[in-house]
Design a protein around this ligand. Structure first.
Ligand code: ADP
Ligand code: MG
Length: 707
C-alpha cells in the first residue's frame, strides 16, 4: 500500500513559462492578493519561494489500514469519503465531520475545525489520503493533513510523505504554501542559476541545484534530504566565504607603501617601566602586530584573550611603535566610562616614554576640544582615547595610522566601513575578550587575522566559582560581609530584563535597596550603577568604587567590559541562568585580578531549570573561555550569544554553525582557491556567482569586483 511519491509534476499546459525572477503573482493559484501575503514573508519572486526552505519536516510515511490505527504517532491512511457533514457550532463556527472507509472493516472519523469550504472538497465517494494522530478517546483525527487523490496517486504534497513545514503568515495556509512552492519548483527550478561553480560542486560532491531545491521541500527520503541540505548550506557558506576572501584580497591590494612602525625605543622604555614582565603570549602577539605594521598592506587583526589577559598593554606598546614613527593612533572603547578609564591607564603607561595620551568624548568641553583639534590637525603624533563616536564625529586625524577598537562585538561592519572612508586606510586592531569559537570566527570575520592571549598573567590570586540557589542568599551576604571586613570589595550583577521595559532598572534598584538594608552590610557603602544613569552619575559611582569609597557595587552588565578594580574579590551574579556562559565568564573576569583569592557566585533564580543549573556548573569545571564559548554556541546558538544584528553575523537559513563546522572549513578552502585563480570572478563559469554576490553583498564588494 505505501505509494512512493514521484518528485515532479508536469507544468500546467498552456501557461507561459515562468522565470525564477518572475513576480509571484504570475504563479498559478497566487494572484495579486496572495502575492501581497507572500510579500510579508519577504517573498516576491518565484525564486524567493523556492528559497523559502521548510523549517522542518513531518514524517507521515507510515501507511496503515484503518483497522490497524493506533494512537500516539503520525500515521497515514488512504480511503474513500463515506459520509460528510457540516456542523454549525453554538459559537457560530462551521466545523466539518467526515467518515473515511478503506475496506479494512473499520471506519475513521475526521473532524475539521472551522473549515466550511471542505464541504466542496470532501464529498462522498472522493478518494483521499490523510495523515494525523489518532485521538485515543474518540478514535478520530482532529484537523488531519489531507489530500484528495485523483486517478494515479503520484507526487503527494501534503500527506503520506516527509511533509515540509514552512514558515507561514496570515492569508497563507500550510497547504497553500506547499502548493505554491510545488508550482514554483515545477515552473522554474531547472532555470535557477547555480552560484556554486561546477568545478567546486564536483570537487565537494554536491547534488545539482534543481535537485536540491526539489528535495529540500519535498524530499523522497532522508538521504536525499541530507544531500539537498548539504548542497544548499554549502551554497550559503560558500557565498559568504567568497565575500570575505574578496574583501581580504581587496584590502591586501590597498598598498599604502609605508611602514608605520618605529624602531621600538619608546616601547622599550615603557616596557622597562612596567611593574611586571610580559607573558610569552603577550610578547608573541606584539611581534605579530608590529610585523603587520611594517607591511605595506593595512593590518586587519583581532587580539583575542580572556578578560584580564593583558590585551591593553599589548595594544598600547604597538601604539607606541606607531607614534614613534610620527603617526597618530585612535583607541576606541565601547562606553565613555571605559574610555576615561583607558585614558588614565594609558596615560600612566605612556608617562615613562614621554608619549602623549589624550581623551576625547562627548563630555569634553568645547575649549578643550578645539585645542585638541588643533593638535590633531598639526599632525602631532599622539594617542587619542574615545568612544566609537570618535569615528563618526567630525574629528580629523590627518595622520591616523592605527585604530584600536576595544570589544569588537559592539563594533559593527558599518564602523569598519567608516574607518576605511577616512582617507588612508589605517591599520586596524580589534581587542576582544569574548572568546569567539573558531567556527563563528571564520563565518563572520574570516578576513581578520587573529592573535590570541591564552596564558593568565602571573601573580594573580586563585579564582573559585560556585553555583548556588536563591534560597542561599543569606549565606552569600554573610560571605560577602566577611570579605568586606578583610578590606575587599564586591560586585553584585543583576540581569537586564528587556521585555519588561524599565524593569531592569527597577531590578537593579530593588537589589540595591535589598542589599543596602541587610544588617550585615550596614557598615559598608553600597553603590548602584546601570545604563540609565546620567553619564556623570555613572562616572562618580565608578570612581568611588575604584577608589574603595564604595565597597559593594550593584550593577547590570555594564560592568561586563573593561572595569578594572583588582581589590574586588567577590562577584555575585543573580539570575545567572539568564546569562550566556560567555557572558558569565566575562563577568567573573572582573574579579581575580589582584593577588587575593577571589570567588564568583552564580546564583540561579527560583525559576531556573535543572538543565540551566547544569549549564552553570560548566563554569565550575573550566576557566577556558574558548571551551565555554564553544559550549555556548552549541547550547544557545549564535543569535543568543551575540545578538545577530550587533555582531554583523549573517542570517543563515540552513547553516547551523554549531553543527556545520566541517562544511564551513570546506567552503573556506574552496572560496580561497577560487578567488586565488579568478580574483575578479571574470571567468564564464563564475558569472552566476558574480551576479549572486553583487545582488546580495553589493556594498562590501563594490571595491573588490568593480574597482
Ligand atoms: P584585558 O584588557 O585583556 O582584559 P588588561 O589589559 O586590562 O586585560 O589587564 C588586566 C590587568 O593585568 C591590568 O591591571 C594589567 O596591568 C595587568 N597585566 C597585564 N599584563 C600583565 C602581565 N604580563 N603580568 C602581570 N600583570 C599584567
Ligand atoms: Mg580590556
Amino acid at each position: 500500500m505505501p505509494v512512493p511519491p514521484t518528485s515532479s509534476r508536469r507544468p500546467i499546459p498552456g501557461k507561459p513559462p515562468l522565470e525564477p525572477a518572475s513576480r509571484l503573482q504570475f504563479l498559478p493559484g497566487v494572484g495579486p492578493q496572495r502575492a501581497e501575503a507572500f510579500e510579508r514573508l519577504g517573498l516576491s519572486t518565484v525564486e524567493h519561494l523556492m528559497r523559502h526552505y521548510p523549517r522542518t519536516w513531518l514524517d507521515a510515511r507510515r501507511f496503515v489500514r484503518i483497522a490497524d490505527l493506533r494512537p500516539g504517532e503520525l500515521l497515514t491512511v488512504e480511503g474513500t469519503v463515506h459520509t460528510s457533514v457540516a456542523i454549525r457550532t453554538r459559537a457560530g463556527r462551521t466545523d466539518f465531520r467526515v467518515e473515511l472507509d478503506d475496506g479494512s472493516g473499520a471506519r475513521l472519523g475526521l473532524y475539521f475545525f472551522g473549515q466550511p469550504f471542505l464541504a466542496r472538497t470532501l464529498l462522498r465517494g472522493v478518494r483521499v489520503v490523510v495523515s494525523g494522530e489518532l485521538d485515543p478517546l474518540e478514535r478520530r483525527m482532529l484537523n488531519p493533513l489531507f489530500e484528495v487523490v485523483e486517478g494515479e496517486m503520484e507526487a503527494l504534497l501534503h500527506v503520506g510523505r516527509l511533509v515540509p513545514v514552512h514558515a507561514l503568515t496570515k492569508g497563507i495556509t500550510a497547504r497553500g504554501m506547499r502548493t505554491a512552492v510545488r508550482h514554483a519548483l515545477d515552473a522554474a527550478a531547472a532555470a535557477v542559476k547555480d552560484p556554486v561553480p561546477a568545478a567546486a560542486a564536483e570537487a565537494h560532491g554536491l547534488v545539482p541545484l534543481a535537485e536540491a531545491l526539489l528535495q529540500i521541500h519535498f524530499p523522497e527520503d532522508e538521504a536525499r534530504l541530507a544531500a539537498a541540505r548539504r548542497k544548499l548550506a554549502f551554497e550559503e557558506l560558500f557565498l559568504l566565504q567568497t565575500v570575505l576572501e574578496l574583501r581580504r584580497q581587496a584590502l591586501a591590494q590597498e598598498g599604502r607603501g609605508r611602514n608605520t612602525a618605529g624602531a621600538g625605543q619608546l616601547a622599550a622604555r615603557a616596557r622597562a617601566a612596567l611593574p611586571y614582565t610580559l607573558t610569552g603570549d603577550q610578547d608573541g602577539a606584539l611581534e605579530e602586530i608590529v610585523a603587520d605594521l611594517k607591511r605595506a598592506t593595512p593590518m586587519h587583526r583581532m587580539l583575542q584573550g580572556d578578560v584580564g589577559s593583558g590585551k591593553t598593554v599589548v595594544a598600547f606598546l604597538a601604539a607606541l611603535h606607531v607614534m614613534e614613527a610620527g603617526h597618530q593612533v585612535a583607541f576606541m572603547a565601547p562606553t565613555e566610562i571605559l574610555a576615561r578609564q583607558h585614558g588614565r591607564t594609558l596615560a600612566a603607561l605612556a608617562a615613562p616614554a614621554g608619549a602623549a595620551v589624550e581623551v576625547l568624548t562627548g563630555a569634553t568641553p568645547a575649549a578643550a576640544r578645539r585645542a585638541l583639534a588643533a593638535r590633531f590637525e598639526a599632525g602631532e603624533p599622539l594617542l587619542v582615547v574615545g568612544t566609537h563616536a570618535l569615528l563618526e564625529e567630525k574629528v580629523r586625524l590627518p595622520d591616523l595610522a592605527l585604530a584600536i577598537v576595544d570589544e569588537q562585538h559592539r563594533f559593527g561592519v558599518r564602523q569598519r566601513a567608516t574607518l576605511a572612508q577616512k582617507g588612508v586606510i589605517p591599520d586596524l586592531l580589534v581587542l576582544t575578550a569574548t572568546p569567539i569559537p573558531r567556527t563563528l570566527m571564520l563565518a563572520c570575520y574570516g578576513d581578520l587575522a587573529v592573535s590570541t592571549l591564552k596564558a593568565r598573567p602571573a601573580g594573580r590570586g586563585r579564582l573559585v566559582t560556585r553555583v548556588t540557589g536563591e534560597e542561599k542568599f543569606p549565606q552569600v551576604v554573610e560571605f560577602m560581609a566577611g570579605e568586606l571586613a578583610a578590606g575587599r570589595q564586591a560586585f553584585v550583577v543583576v540581569p537586564l530584563i528587556e521585555e519588561a521595559g524599565r524593569a531592569d532598572v527597577r531590578a537593579a534598584e530593588a537589589e540595591f535597596e535589598r542589599l543596602a538594608s541587610q544588617p550585615l552590610l550596614r557598615s559598608w557603602k553600597v553603590g548602584l550603577l546601570h545604563g540609565r544613569l546620567k553619564a556623570d552619575a555613572k562616572q562618580s559611582v565608578m570612581e568611588a568604587f575604584a577608589a574603595g569609597g564604595v565597597q559593594v557595587l550593584v550593577t547590570t552588565t555594564v560592568v561586563e567590559v573593561g572595569v578594572d578594580v583588582p581589590n574586588a574579590t567577590v562577584m555575585v551574579v543573580e539570575n545567572a541562568e539568564r546569562f550566556g556562559l560567555t557572558q558569565l565568564h566575562q563577568l567573573r573576569g572582573r574579579v581575580g585580578r589582584g593577588a587575593h583569592r577571589s570567588v564568583c557566585v552564580m546564583v540561579a533564580g527560583p525559576a531556573a531549570s535543572a538543565t540551566a543549573r547544569e549549564r552553570l556548573e560548566l563554569l565550575t569545571t573550566t576557566t577556558d573561555g574558548f571551551a565555554l564559548a564553544e559550549a555556548d554556541l552549541r547550547l544557545r546558538g549564535p543569535g543568543e550569544m551575540w545578538g545577530t544584528r550587533q555582531s554583523g553575523l549573517p542570517r543563515f537559513k540552513l547553516v547551523d554553525l554549531a553543527r556545520d563546522e566541517e562544511l564551513l572549513e570546506e567552503t573556506r578552502v574552496a572560496a580561497r582557491a577560487l578567488v586565488g585563480e579568478d580574483p575578479q570572478l571574470l571567468r564564464p563559469g563564475h558569472a552566476a556567482l558574480r551576479e549572486t554576490l553583487l545582488a546580495h553583498y553589493r556594498e562590501p564588494l563594490e571595491v573588490a569586483l568593480t574597482g
